[in-house]
Ligand binder design. Structure first.
Ligand SMILES: [Mn+2]
Length: 365
């Protein structure tokens, strides 16, 4: 360990060396993210001269930034292999989906058979898109910065265990199912559930905690007892967060037909999966909203509203219909949405656009 890697002063990043393969965990949204990817790969290539020229992108959201990073690496002579399950399932129904379809087409045109973009329905976990150790000789892996990205990158680099694919699908699913995997998987899920939320006064805190969590979990999978003990201490914090979620669930109010709102601004440390499960158990509710003082949008705008469609209504309700079709998913603009059943907005957008739409015409019963 320890030969890697990029240490940026501009922003914190999560990196691991998995079975000697430098791995960067990132969601490419901005020019800075694109630069981080390109520089990470260049550094990795310099450190490991002779390691071939293959770069694996796995579970990376298909954004304009992703396409740009792939184009630049391709132009620099790297062989980029792209495997992902964020493709649009069926016809695009809004501008955001259309942009993903366009970006997907660009990647497929550029990378041909090295580009596999499928859908979550067929591949609930990205680990099923790689064989164990298939990319053990890669120069670098670029992965999504979540447990699906981590498990897929580990398997690709050659670190796996029998239940990994099944666990990864749960880890990438609904919050209440994330903690239902194998014992080792639960340590990762519970650790993720109690990561500190992004706080602009301590911008590196969350990243550093997640870096340590990913690093300890990788080592625990490889059999390291101390790493496993450190993960167990995070489980104690998780148990507390479950209790807080239970008390928050009792405070939910219906703000529009079928829409329940919980104000968690005074109790930021709660378990999302527990809260979701309790709210979902009420048959009146189709959309759950949590008002938060923490998170990427709250860091910029003060407050954020995080919406999720109840599982049984996810086919019928698309939260992207609540925001202008040309709206960009970017915390700076007060909107984050990568999937149709999750939407985060600033308080301004919630009050001026989302809540009025929910009250007047949405969701269609
Ligand atoms: Mn994923």
């Amino acid at each position: 360990m320890g030969r890697v890697c990029l240490e940026s002063n501009l922003f914190p990043v999560i990196t691991l060396e998995i079975n000697n393969v430098p791995t960067l965990f990132i969601k490419p949204f901005t020019d800075v993210d694109v630069r981080a990817i390109v520089e990470f790969v260049r550094d990795a290539a310099n450190l490991y001269s002779g390691a071939g020229n293959t770069i694996l992108f796995i579970d990376t959201p298909i954004t304009v930034g992703t396409v740009e990073a792939v184009e630049r690496l391709n132009a620099e002579g790297f062989r980029v292999v792209f495997r992902d399950h964020h493709g649009i399932d069926g016809e695009p129904t809004n501008d955001r989906d259309a942009r993903v379809v366009a970006a997907t087409a660009k990647l497929k045109h550029l990378l041909r058979s090295d580009c596999t973009i499928t859908v979550r329905r067929l591949h609930p976990a990205c680990s099923t898109l790689v064989r164990q150790g298939e990319f053990a000789g890669a120069v670098a892996i670029i992965a999504d910065r979540d447990p699906d990205g981590l498990t897929a990158a580990m398997k690709a680099a050659g670190v796996s265990y029998p239940e990994l694919d099944e666990d990864a699908a749960k880890l990438d699913g609904e919050p209440q199912n994330q903690v239902t995997g194998s014992a080792i998987s639960q340590l990762l899920a519970k650790g993720m559930a109690v990561l500190p939320s992004y706080d602009s006064s301590r911008p590196k805190e969350r990243e550093e905690s997640q870096q340590k969590l990913f690093s300890d979990w990788l080592q625990a999978v490889e059999g390291n007892k101390q790493a496993r003990d450190r993960l167990e201490t995070r489980v104690l914090a998780y148990d507390e967060a479950v209790k807080t979620a239970q008390s928050l669930a009792r405070t939910g109010t219906e703000v529009a037909p079928g829409v329940v709102l919980v104000d968690a601004t005074r109790k930021p440390l709660f378990d999302q999966g527990t809260l979701d499960a309790l709210l979902e158990s009420d048959p009146r509710y189709r959309i759950m909203v949590v008002r938060k003082s923490v998170g990427p949008i709250a860091a910029i705008h003060g407050i954020q509203y995080s919406m999720a469609v109840v599982k049984r209504h996810q086919d019928a309700i698309n939260l992207h219909d609540l925001i202008p079709p040309q709206a960009k998913s970017d915390p700076e603009f007060g909107i984050i949405s990568n999937v149709s059943f999750l939407l985060h907005t600033s308080e301004d957008i919630w009050n001026s656009q989302v809540l009025p739409a929910l009250r007047v015409s949405f969701p269609v019963a």
